[in-house]
Design a protein around this ligand. Sequence first.
Ligand SMILES: Nc1nc2c(c(=O)[nH]1)N[C@H]1C(S)=C(S)[C@@H](COP(=O)(O)OP(=O)(O)OC[C@H]3O[C@@H](n4cnc5c(N)ncnc54)[C@H](O)[C@@H]3O)O[C@H]1N2
Ligand code: MOO
Ligand SMILES: [Mg+2]
Length: 428
Amino acid sequence: MSSIRDAANIIFNLVPNLNSQQDTEVVDLWTANGRILATPVNSPLDFPHWDNSAMDGYAVRYEDVQNSSAEQPVNLEIIAEIPAGYQPKSTLQPGQAARIFTGAVIPSGADTVVMQEKTRQEDNRVFVLTTPQPGEFVRRKASYYQAGTQLLPAGIKLNGAEIAVLAASQCSQVRVYRRVRVAIFSTGDELVTLDQALQPGQIVDSNQYALAALLRQIGVEPILLGIVNDNPVALEETITKAISYAGRNAIAYGGAQPIAHADIVISSGGVSVGDYDYVDKILASLGATIHIRSVEMRPGKPLTVATFPTPHSPIYFGLPGNPAAVLVTFWRFVQPVIKKLGGLAAGWEPVFLKVRSHDELRSDGKRETYIWGSLHLIDGLYEFHKAGGSHSSGNLINLAQTNALAVLPVGKTLISAGEDVLVLHLLV
Ligand SMILES: Nc1nc2c(c(=O)[nH]1)N[C@H]1C(S)=C(S)[C@@H](COP(=O)(O)OP(=O)(O)OC[C@H]3O[C@@H](n4cnc5c(N)ncnc54)[C@H](O)[C@@H]3O)O[C@H]1N2
Ligand code: MOO
Ligand SMILES: [Mg+2]
């Protein structure tokens, strides 16, 4: 049985780097939200593009107003009005000012802006009621970004701020990593789809719905392979299909024939020691290397992670069948793998926060224990509240509304109410 730390190291090191040329696509900026930038972006534009005003007011020569005050205001001749979007036509001479508005180009000769509230205008003259700082309220050309240097690095997620930066630099299309392909299926003779009448002994395959939703939450459209019976032949057929899946986004590697399989295959169930738990056996018969068979964690102990002796092998996750184990192992291992595989250079690792626990938390101390619950903001600080009801890994009912998992390491049997606890933060 691997410790969580070892398992995490082994699993995260299995993740191949997507090829920054072949595993990419060009998308329109309007649809780039949430995608990972595949190549660094430079801009030929300076930001700001030209010296411009940060205020509505008057562009002046600092020299003219350096001793101005409310008692002894300097007054200047207003020689121009410069709204945003216009090119100034004249140069300020000593004793002159230009009426200017936020975002408008600073006229030559001027070096400082006095905000309107610190002035008084009489006809074509402005009285300056303060001494500004030299250069005040001038947004200097290239002071935010110099043309030709790196604007955005590869490997970052494009959200509102990054998309604004790209739009401002007239980047209408961007090269991003292709979406990660993930195939999922469930195993178990007891499983039926949710529209089937339940016979004694049967339950609905909720894991596939859970996994599909978790994947869509991180921008992956899952390949749904359905329910597979506890039957070695059917299982082998499905696993073979999953690892050789030729999907819509077929990609050619190294100029060879297009081979497009899932990058990741996730099954749930059939990885424990029962007579009908066939997953590991089938993986072995297909020549897979099984990197992880079980992990010192609760829930989630019988976790299988494997790869196949094929170029660009998918990573196979055989998650334990219990619904809580599926969610916990997905959040702890699978989600980071998908983010890393998807090209995210940093920030793909699980995030643990130290917060106060509202409730007493207990474990037998034998395995690292993940207790589901929610974070509540109390006076600006997060507090962990344990979900009520049974924490059996077969109970999916009280998993609803979970947004954090409290972690009790091996050997830790009790966290008293009010004590600090590390929680795995689940907000994506
Ligand atoms: N002798 C032992 N038995 C078990 C051990 C052990 O160490 N020794 N480990 C237990 C733990 S911990 C877990 S977790 C489970 C994992 O079992 P499997 O991965 O083999 O999963 P199954 O046996 O197929 O199912 C377990 C449980 O989950 C339900 N299930 C399965 N698939 C779904 C689905 N798609 N949707 C909803 N629920 C599902 C299934 O009905 C079972 O109740 O093994 C323990 N046993
Ligand atoms: O690991 Mo199991 O998931 O404890 O129920
Ligand atoms: Mg089993």
